[in-house]
Design a binder for this molecule. Structure first.
Ligand SMILES: Cc1ncc(COP(=O)(O)O)c(C=O)c1O
Length: 353
């Protein structure tokens, strides 16, 4: 792998006390191109603009997939990447659906290790800090015929982040627009899924809501997910999250929370969850809490859920499942709790790069 280090780090001029999520980037990036049926040699170079022509297929047809993952520093100043094997599997699952060639394990894992090692100072060893990692693949062939590209570019960029203080989380159940359809690409982390969600989300924002809760595209009756989060409700002492389908992104945080909750003896149901179930549980006083899970937000308690004219207000209790599970998850991620499921991997310090 070719590695060109920056001659002028930006780390000393970066205000780590004031990081706006997703707007600050570390010094380096990894780039690798696919041409003539194979991936070429990966290269690490200073973060910066890339060559792209106006005829690049991704600009016209949105053939692009991405991932979102995080690295954390433990108290020994070692960098721990959380469940990178799962993100590797998921980017290739997404790629397959978008007819994008799969990235090889070696390019992904070795690239990740070297890149994070090189920029490890951007991952702060302080409470709440992490390094958000964004691998993505897009169609970079120059052709404006509506067709799958013959050339692709894989890039990994990283962005230092601190805790996601989103304020109150007031969600509204969307019963007109859809994020994903049966047989579509909802289970994939395809760029276009997000583009299609922005208009309904902005409309909901204008009405004072933080996020929309997507429902199934056929009946708008069953809850799917919200923003970049999987959704959970607690009815009595049972934790329920919608079962995965081809219109829901299988969150890695979701999977971790299922495992952690079961490990703590909590009853977890992955099943169809109708809006009626939630409203009825609330009316009967059985809806105890609701929260969202995702890489960016970790575990985020929901303050209210609006269904039509009805606003369901939820209280946050210190002994909620959300706070219990959040503590466990974060403890494993930053190495303060035992990693009994083998979810974290240490980044090897690469010498002489
Ligand atoms: C649509 C959607 N659902 C759910 C999630 C949560 O997934 P994960 O826990 O892997 O971050 C994300 C974020 O990646 C997302 O974009």
């Amino acid at each position: 792998m070719k590695i060109s280090k920056t001659s002028s780090t930006r780390i000393h001029t970066t205000d780590f006390t004031n990081l706006k999520f997703g707007t600050v980037f570390s010094d380096h990036m990894l780039i690798c191109k696919y041409k003539d049926g194979e991936w070429g040699e990966a290269e690490i170079r200073p973060y910066g603009p890339i060559d792209m022509t106006p005829g690049s297929q991704v600009l016209h047809y949105g053939q692009s997939v991405f991932e979102g993952m995080k690295a954390f520093k433990n108290s020994d100043d070692e960098v721990l990447i959380f469940r990178k094997e799962e993100n590797f599997k998921r980017i290739n699952k997404s790629a397959e659906r978008l007819y994008i060639p799969k990235i090889t394990e070696n390019i992904f894992m070795d690239g990740l290790d070297k890149l994070i090692s090189l920029d490890s100072d951007w991952c702060k060893n302080e409470d709440g800090y992490s390094l958000y990692i964004r691998p993505f693949i897009f169609a970079s062939g120059e052709c404006i015929k509506a067709s799958a590209s013959e050339e692709y570019t894989f890039i990994i960029i990283t962005s230092p982040t601190t805790r996601y203080y989103a304020g109150d989380l007031n969600v509204v159940v969307e019963q007109h627009y859809s994020r994903a359809a049966k047989g579509g690409v909802g289970f994939a982390k395809a760029a276009g899924n997000y583009a299609a969600s922005f208009y309904p989300t902005k409309m909901a924002n204008a009405r004072g809501f933080t996020q929309v809760v997507w429902t199934d595209s056929i009946e708008h009756k069953y809850i799917e997910e919200a923003g970049t989060m999987n959704v959970w409700v607690r009815i009595d002492d049972t934790l329920i999250t919608p079962e995965l389908s081809d219109s829901i992104l299988g969150g890695i945080t979701r999977d971790s929370i299922v495992t952690l909750a079961k490990d703590k003896g909590i009853i977890v149901q992955e099943r169809k969850l109708s809006i009626d179930d939630v409203v009825e549980a609330h009316r009967n006083g059985r809806l105890i809490e609701a929260f969202g899970t995702g890489t960016a937000v970790t575990v985020s308690p929901i303050d209210s859920i609006t269904v039509g004219e009805e606003k369901i207000e939820l209280n946050h209790k210190s002994d909620s499942f959300a706070s219990l599970l959040k503590k466990s998850l974060q403890g494993i991620q930053n190495g303060t709790l035992e990693d009994k499921f083998g979810w974290t991997s240490k980044v090897n310090e690469v010498v002489n790069i």
